[in-house]
Structures are given as C-alpha cells and as structure tokens.
Design a binder for this molecule. Structure first.
Ligand code: MN
Ligand code: MN
Length: 462
C-alpha cells in the first residue's frame, strides 16, 4: 500500500497551500515586507506618486538619474523617469547588454475617475466636478464612497502644482452620489452596466454660495478655495491631470490579518515587488531592468505607456555604453510581465475553472497566456520559457502556481506582456492573485505578495 501512495506523489502535480511550508524565518520576512509595501501603497495613489516615491527609495538605495553620455560599468545603478509618469531602473550586469537583460515590467496606473478638462460647474446651488472614468470599472462601485483628489496642475508659467486633497485626515473628502433605495425602483431594474451613467458621475464639490448677487455663486466660492490653496483659476484645469481615487486606507484584512485591503493593488503590488527586488540587487550577471509603466489600464498607448519607444531609447543607451546592439539585447532578454491575475473567489465560483485558477496563499501566479476567446490579444509564453521559470523558482524556494483569468469564453484581460513579446523579448506573465480586481477596494494575500517579491529576486539574481 505504501508503495502505491509514493507512486501517486511522484506522478501527480499537487499545488499546496503556502502556509504548510512557510518557515518561521520566512514568516518574519513576509510580515516585514508587507508592512513596507503597505506604506508605499498608502502614499502612492496615482502613477506620478508611485514614480516619485519609487525614485525616493531608489536614491536611498544608491541609484542615480541616468544622464545621456554618463559612463556605466557593472554594478552601476541608474533610473530614468519618463515625464514623472513612468520609471525605468537598471543595475548594469557583468555581462554585456548583447547577452540580454532581465526585465520585469509592472504598471503603476490604476482605475480611477479623472476630472474633465473643464470640470467645475454649478447646478441647483451645488458645485460639481465632472469626471471621465479611467480604466475598466464597474461604475456603480464608485458611487457613495469617500474620494480623494490627486494630481497636478501645469501652469502656463511652466510651474507644476501638486494637488492632494483628502489623504490627510484633516482634509475634506469628495463624493459621487447614488440614488436612495426608496426611489430606485426603476434604476434597480436596469442592467448593472446601465445603473450608473458616466455623465452622472459628478463629484460633489461644495454648497455654500459666494456672498454676492451674481450667477454661479457656489461655483465661484469653490473656485476661490482652489485659488487660495493652489493659486489656480478655472482655465488652469485645462492643463491639469486630476484624479478622484478612493479615500480608503491600506488595512490588514481578515480576522487573522493574512490579507491586505487597499485601492490600487493592480498593479502596484507587483510594481513594489520588482522595485524592492532591484533595489536590493548588487552586481548581477545580466543587466536587470525594472519598469513601472503608465497607461496599462487604457491599452498601454501614449508616451508613458509600454508601447512607447521611451523603452527602446533607454535600453539603447544601456547597449551603447558597452557597444552592444539593441536587437541582440532584446533577442536574448527575458521579461517577467509582472501584473496581477484573478484569484479564485468561492463567492463567484462559476466564472473560474478551478483546476487552472489561481488561489489565495498558493504563491505567485504564472500565466502562460492572457487575452480572450481563442487566446486573442495574448503573448503566450513559449513552453521553454515556462520550463525555465519553473526550474528557477523551484531552485530558489519560491512558491508559485499556474493562473488563468477566468473560464474560457468567460471574458478575459491583457497585460503589457504582448508589447514586450512583440519586441522579440521572451516574456511570461507572473503576479499576485487579486480578489475584486478594479474595485475601489481590492484584496490580496500577504503570502502571495511576499512570494511575488521572492520571484522577482530570483529572476534578477539568476
Ligand atoms: Mn494590471
Ligand atoms: Mn488592471
């Protein structure tokens, strides 16, 4: 009988709950890592804040801004901020760039409500700010919750003013209203994607009229507050990037504190994992590159998105420093597209195929492919690359699991993986499984956060 049992263990693949093999020392490291991540996330509510906070950590770890023409040698640590909205960091390897770089690519933009370029208006003696949602959201989730306002106002003078209202507990918060249930009979009979109209997602901004007899007195009073605080006028909204984001703190979640609830885990949870891993890296064999991209949630287009040639520009500079060609570098590079995946949720079991879905506490989720329907819009990592990652993670004691984003034909989603693959860079998706992805408050497991960081460390260190 004993013999038969061993045979089963030898032939079958059985994923295990990570807590069954977690050592006491790892547990201490896990808690410390997650506390650091929580601090970073709490103060990083836009891609700009993510980049600024990452630069601060990088400089403390000895990274210097990349200046074209500067001399680079093995062990050099540089970063390049793409307009303050995306960040590229590199630790130069002992081997030349033509041997390939080890790249990890996460994104730091998250779904939110952007203010329109002419947002402020008055209706029924109340002042409002008009919004335009950013990324894929269920609009009804973003009503009747406290919101903060973050972003920048770029002035004609060339000065850029940073705006942050609501993060400080002494600040007021903002709000998009929903209908009371008493009067929502008609609304509740609608389809969920029609319940809240985008053009009714207007933010409550004020209610006290300015003390004169003119028109738009409440709007004027709100504009006066913004003018006294930031020195801006209504026209300055035109060159502003202001976003309303959930005013929820990052908190431990669950009675055992094993989970983290927060806005923006997607994809700052993977961004922080690769950032922390590269900041701890000394003299790697191959050049390590950490990407914090913008615009993933809207399709990766634009100067700060992953389709931008800003990436080629930076990589080419690193290549030229040792006489390598960019094409050779890409052909020999490996990329981890570090983005979150869907965690199996027992409250909604029907959308997942349990055997291939990622589970909380089972470690970093590897996705061979993403996309939708017949694998359209996908990178689909070569089997040989999947084998390499399996071997590397096993050798490094990193717990991993396979993941797919829901049942076949249930829906789907993409990451930056295909834009890296299209560049002739062997790419695989790996990241943290998330509950309630794209909701104002998302949930991840601390164990999976920690293993994703360990995964990034293993990849950079190989
Ligand atoms: Mn993502
Ligand atoms: Mn997303």
């Amino acid at each position: 009988m004993e013999e038969k049992k061993d045979y089963r263990a030898e032939l079958f693949y059985e994923p295990r709950n990570g807590y069954d093999t977690l050592s006491d020392a790892e547990r201490v490291e896990l808690e410390a890592y997650c506390e650091e991540y929580k601090r970073y996330l709490d103060g990083s509510r836009t891609e700009r804040e993510c980049v600024a906070n990452a630069i601060e950590l990088a400089e403390r770890a000895g990274f210097a801004p990349y200046i074209p023409g500067m001399s680079l040698r093995p062990g050099s640590k540089v970063y390049y901020s793409n307009r303050g909205k995306a960040l590229l960091l590199a630790v130069v390897g002992r081997e030349p760039m033509s041997a390939g770089a080890v790249i990890a690519a996460a994104h730091v933009d998250s779904p939110r409500l952007d203010l329109k370029q002419l947002p402020l208006y008055e209706d029924s003696e109340l002042a409002f700010l008009k919004t335009h949602y950013y990324g894929g959201i269920k609009k009804y989730q973003w009503t009747a919750i406290p919101l903060e306002l973050h972003g920048v106002v770029a002035l004609k003078s060339g000065e850029t003013i940073e705006v942050c209202i609501g993060r400080d507990k002494a600040d007021p918060v903002l709000y998009v209203s929903d209908l009371l249930p008493h009067l929502a009979g008609e609304q509740m009979a609608k389809k969920a994607n029609e319940v809240i109209k985008a053009e009714s997602m207007n933010i409550f901004a004020g209610s006290v009229p300015y003390a004169d007899e003119g028109k738009d007195r409440v709007k004027l009073a709100v504009m006066a507050i913004l003018n006294s605080k930031y020195g801006i006028t209504e026209a300055d909204f035109i060159s502003a990037e202001l976003a309303a984001v959930p005013a929820f703190d990052v908190r431990d979640l669950g009675l055992d504190r094993s989970l983290i609830g927060a806005y923006g885990h997607d994809d700052r949870v993977c961004a922080f994992a690769e950032l922390k891993a590269i900041l701890e890296l000394e003299s790697p064999r191959r050049t390590a590159v950490c990407i914090l991209a913008d615009k993933e949630e809207t399709g990766s287009d634009g100067v700060s998105g992953m389709k931008s040639e800003a990436f080629e520009w930076f990589m080419n500079k690193l290549c030229r420093a040792d006489g390598s060609e960019l094409g050779d570098c890409f052909a020999n590079s490996v990329c981890i597209s570090a983005d979150v995946t869907a965690a199996f949720d027992p409250n909604y079991p029907d959308v997942s195929e349990k055997r291939n879905a990622a589970r909380l506490n089972y470690g970093v989720g590897l996705s061979k492919f993403t996309g939708a329907r017949g694998k359209s819009g996908t990178n689909d990592a070569p089997a040989e690359l999947v084998a390499y990652v399996r071997e590397l993670l096993d050798r490094s004691g990193v717990q991993w699991q396979m993941a797919e984003l829901g049942k076949v034909d249930q829906g789907g989603g993409g990451t930056v993986a295909m834009y890296m693959g299209n560049r002739n860079i062997a790419t695989i998706d790996a990241g943290v499984p998330v509950i309630s992805m794209h909701a104002p408050y998302e949930v991840v497991s601390k164990y999976d956060c920690y293993m994703t960081y360990r995964c990034m460390k293993a990849v950079y260190g190989d």
